[in-house]
Design a protein around this ligand. Structure first.
Ligand SMILES: [Ca+2]
Ligand SMILES: [Ca+2]
Length: 270
């Protein structure tokens, strides 16, 4: 009898919570909450399922391993503090019709942000400062059931970002995000089933031996997931192709080597 009563209570609670989350299908329709502080839940271990990629959970360690990367802050867009702006997908350095105030070329080129399934109009949210307890502007998906895709062209060998997750303005408690990494042929490289995220953001970095063409982020609790402070590098092959120059030292060595050979040949002819 006791166990039946308990199961009824649990069912009731589950129903209540599902009704709560079902009340809004999109972040832009969610009711504003009064600043929910992070609950202090301990971060779960972040382990790639297939062990193919290397995961970083500390930005300082990621920066030390891959120094000098440009960082996309999303701070150049226009979203009111404590509120948000709605943007069309895809969002990139080539803005669409509603690009949340980003000028053409303002976002770092080489990556495009879009909802999945998508891309759709009004599918992205630029969070103003503090809206999800975020320290600065950040980009999340709008429809809760959607994922957020980062599409890289050319593919990248490593990427780091703060993972954001929120269910309504004012809400920033911890969440976990399923991260799926795809190669250029859209085959899965590896997955990270439970990367830590929150309204303020939790760092997640990845390095892959297989170039990454797409990173899909999906909240494990049906929230609006997204990113801030995104850093990435081109895959090694692409970098080598784009840096053919010898530099001054290399050129000097080449000239000296040529002169030495010419001198040797001249000496042999004497
Ligand atoms: Ca930012
Ligand atoms: Ca989602």
């Amino acid at each position: 009898m006791k166990s039946r009563l308990l199961s009824l209570v649990v069912s009731g609670l589950l129903l209540a919570s599902s009704n709560l989350s079902a009340s809004a299908l999109r972040f832009s329709e969610a009711t504003v909450q009064t600043g929910t502080p992070p609950s202090g839940v301990a971060p779960s271990p972040v382990v790639p399922a297939g062990g193919v990629v290397t995961v970083f959970t500390d930005r300082a360690a990621f920066d030390a391993a891959f120094p000098g990367l440009a960082v996309e802050t999303f701070n150049g867009g226009t979203a009111p503090a404590g509120n948000f702006a709605v943007c069309d997908a895809p969002l990139s350095s080539v803005p669409g019709s509603a690009a949340c105030g980003f000028d053409p070329g303002e976002l770092i080129a080489g990556v495009s942000y879009q909802d999945n399934p998508g891309p759709d109009a009004a599918a992205l949210i630029l969070l103003g400062v503090g809206t999800s307890l975020n320290a600065s502007q950040a980009l999340v998906s709008n429809t809760f059931s959607d994922a957020l895709d980062l599409v890289f062209s050319p593919p990248v060998s490593r990427a780091g970002m703060d993972l954001i997750s929120t269910s309504a303005p004012g809400v920033g408690d911890p969440d976990t995000v399923l991260v799926t990494l795809f190669d250029a042929s859209d085959a899965v490289i590896d997955t990270v089933p439970a990367a830590n995220a929150s309204g303020p953001g939790v760092f997640f970095g990845v390095s892959s031996p297989v170039p990454i063409a797409r990173i899909r982020l999906l909240s494990n609790t049906n929230r609006a997931e997204g990113v801030d402070n995104v850093a990435f590098t081109q895959a090694v092959a692409a970098v080598q192709r784009s840096v053919p120059s010898l530099g001054f030292g290399g050129l000097t060595a080449l000239v000296l080597g040529f002169l030495a050979l010419a001198g040797f040949a001249w000496t042999r002819r004497q």
